[in-house]
Design a protein around this ligand. Structure first.
Ligand SMILES: Nc1ncnc2c1ncn2[C@@H]1O[C@H](COP(=O)(O)OP(=O)(O)OP(=O)(O)O)[C@@H](O)[C@H]1O
Length: 259
């Protein structure tokens, strides 16, 4: 295992994390730091454990009955697997965007307003309106939807739906946004918009993106972690991983020898 890249102020840090599905081990002794300043990409061949590890960062694995996580994961120094951790609160702080856009079958407004309402983030209707506008603006969608906030979220195009899901994550004022192949169901134009958005959101949130697409990792991230067979093979500055990988397995993957 390769040491995590040094960062001045890790937002999240994982140490010696193992994940099992029943008796099968899917993640083997992974340690990594994620910071606010850089977008971090997780790359690696299918089945190497990228999504499994991503899900440990906001305890989405809790929803899988056979999954077991050990090791330590901290958010601003706080152990997210501690027994007194409020998981609903954690998932607001560490939001997630999935492969397939999954807006609620409700209006565009409600998709964004729901989280702030249940988390008590708005003191009034005007406050909630402001959060909805700000979140949709940050997600690069406001201009396209401001005149039809009562239309159903599911009636939007795939790319718009994904930006709506990003707005929904942003609305609860997260610190970290996890994206699990957020563009894999999108066409190239919608993909470009999401990538542009990731650039704009960098620094406001710690962003971790799982991607199959190495060009995408190179375009959107400043740190890249290469996973293989459940292990973290190499983690470092994206440009170096792609031009001068230290590990043979990384080199083989980025030059297309497998994957
Ligand atoms: N819910 C589950 N139950 C049992 N095994 C699982 C489950 N989810 C994933 N696995 C297994 O864990 C390993 C890692 O899977 P994971 O989906 O994390 O990999 P990945 O790198 O994200 O793959 P892909 O790029 O294809 O999405 C695989 O062997 C997979 O079959």
């Amino acid at each position: 295992m390769h040491a995590p890249a040094p960062t001045a102020s890790p937002k999240m840090s994982a140490r010696h994390v193992n994940v099992f599905y029943g008796r099968k081990q899917a993640i083997d002794d992974v340690s990594i730091d994620v910071d606010m300043e850089n977008v971090t990409a997780f790359i690696g061949p299918s089945g190497c454990g990228k999504s499994t590890f991503l899900r440990t960062l906001n305890r989405m694995n809790d929803t899988i009955a056979t999954a077991r996580v050990d090791g330590e994961i901290r958010l601003d120094g706080e152990d997210i697997y501690a027994s007194d951790m409020d998981v609903v609160q954690l998932r607001a702080r560490v939001g997630m965007v999935f492969q397939k856009p999954n807006p609620f079958p409700k209006s565009i407004y409600e998709n964004v307003a729901y989280g702030p309402r249940i988390h008590g983030l708005a003191a009034s209707k005007a406050d909630l309106d402001r959060i909805v506008e700000q979140s949709l603006t940050r997600a690069g969608l406001w201009g396209e939807v401001k005149d039809r906030l009562n239309d159903s979220g599911t009636a939007l195009s795939g790319g718009q739906q994904q930006r709506l899901c990003i707005a929904r994550a942003i609305a609860v004022d997260p610190e970290v946004i996890l994206m699990d192949e957020p563009c894999s169901a999108l066409d190239p134009i919608a993909t470009a918009k999401i990538e542009e958005l990731i650039h704009e959101l960098r620094g406001k949130y710690a962003i971790v993106i799982v991607t199959h697409n190495m060009q995408q990792a190179a375009r959107v991230s400043q740190r890249t972690a290469f996973f293989h067979l459940g292990t973290l093979v190499e983690y470092g500055v994206t440009s170096e991983i792609f031009t001068n990988p230290r590990q043979e397995r990384t080199k083989d993957y980025i030059t297309g020898r497998y994957g």
